[in-house]
Design a protein around this ligand. Sequence first.
Ligand code: DGT
Ligand code: CA
Ligand code: CA
Ligand code: ZN
Length: 577
Amino acid sequence: MPTRDVNEKIADMFDTIADVLELQGDIPYRIRAYRNAARTIRDLPQPIEEVAREGKLEDLPGIGKDLAAKILEYLETGRMSKYEEVVSQVPPGLIELLHIPGLGPKRVRLLHERLGISDLEDLRRALDSGRIETLPGMGKKTVENIRRGLALYEASKERMPLGRALPIAEEIARQIDALPGTARVVIAGSARRMKETVGDIDILTIAEDGEATIQAFVRFPQVRDILAAGDTKGSVVLHNGLQVDLRVVPPESYGAALHYFTGSKAHNIKIRTIAREQGLKVNEYGIFRGEERIGGEEEADVFRVLGMPWIPPEMREDRGEIEAALEGRLPTPVSLDDIRGDPHVHSKWSDGANTIRELAQAARARGYEYIAVTDHSPRVRVAGGMSVEKVWQRQKEIEALNREFDDFRILSGAEVDILPDGSLDYPDEVLAALDLVIVSVHSGFKMSREEMTRRILRALENPYVHILAHPTGRLIGQREPYPVDLEAVLRRAAELGVAVEINGYYLRLDLDDVNAHLAKELGCTISLGTDAHQVDHLSMMRYAVGVARRAWLEPQDVLNTKSLPDLLAWLQRRRSG
Ligand code: DGT
Ligand code: CA
Ligand code: CA
Ligand code: ZN
């Protein structure tokens, strides 16, 4: 049975090849080719074996003849000679050092050549001994950055971003569902709560023969190690390092077990305490008054017996949701069905992989009424930023495409770089000609908190600006937020009527849940955008919605729940002051 697991493996191999080439100082073009291919394959929704079987490998963005041959070699022989050749040229621990934020290939090479550092352990020791500061170009500040990068890296190794883990979990759930005797299967735990990273995956199932189901589960092709395999519980580690726990539960306990294993632990503890106060007992087996079972088949039972409405999983963090539910003031959070369009996507006009037509068709197929194509401005050179000339050319293409649709609209937008002094990367007359203007910071992160705050505040004052994208700049497990007085930024955005974004790209999720909640409290409108660079990324809207639900946002808090006419009116309002 082909699975997406192979995609992960090939993507990892290409990334590793790129890593080694980078260490060896190879030409950037070749390195980028491997990186782009890795990203394409990792984001591919179907098993790459299927694409290969249809002879369509070279149709994938960034995959040419040469890379297609390497993929085929691996699919046919289980080996990739280029990978083996390249990996044999450097100590294995050295490649891992490249993944530490703050350590580029130049620095890793320097550390290796001058101090003999070959792995994480060597690095840790060298940091402690103060030896690194003796190297050229390694000041106190740089060393401090490396130290923080190492801590960030070690923390991220233990948790996987939701956007990687959830598709893997869903595939495993589908495989369980396909087993004979499976009546129900559901993903619980932090993945169901849409937490931005997950420690492990928890799956529950109702099955006729628990032992047979567990035995089949631990033999899935994705499995590397079996940690446990009984008749109600199986636990495995996949090839990519992700742990998956499967529990077989009896039908009468399904709802109680689902509630228990969804968590969070803090939420569960509070629920159990409230139950006890009412003379009830709630655990993973059911809901009991004394010895009598009074519910547990459905999850809603747990909430009903305690006199409250069902609480959406994303809100179960003991952040006041239980009190709100008991007092009848639990908000109904925004859901994917409420979303009418995607205000943040990139096309081939900058660094996207698809044409505007392809993006529009995919968005329309998702049931959207609109997208805003928001290609980069010129300053973001690595992302193929558009010259003013190109903005006008693209405008013509958009107008022509819009004449073809009567139920869908492409808005002409841009993601305009906020320059270090807070001015914008297009003149006002260009901004004025765009339907939707996003602004964001892409470089010059290393300024003081005061300077960064002033920079962003100045950008917001421009009357053509509609949305501030990825407001903190963090990348999960890779880059900390830049220092900024976010509260001041959010306050001013609310006053000016500039929306702030929850970026749905799985490594950004920026704003995060806590900051998005703060934005709502301060009166901001919040825009959910995927920042898609290819059509498949449009599906990352669910992660933006997940963050929004964790932040208790309701449909009226979210910009792109508006219908097209309402959105157009909103975009106009800012500009007419
Ligand atoms: P993770 O895996 O670290 O991303 O987070 P979770 O929430 O998935 O945690 P996990 O996998 O350790 O356990 C799954 C759920 O099981 C958790 O959300 C709540 C429940 N649970 C686990 N341990 C306890 C416990 O000691 N007490 C209670 N009340 N519930 C627990
Ligand atoms: Ca878990
Ligand atoms: Ca678990
Ligand atoms: Zn973008």
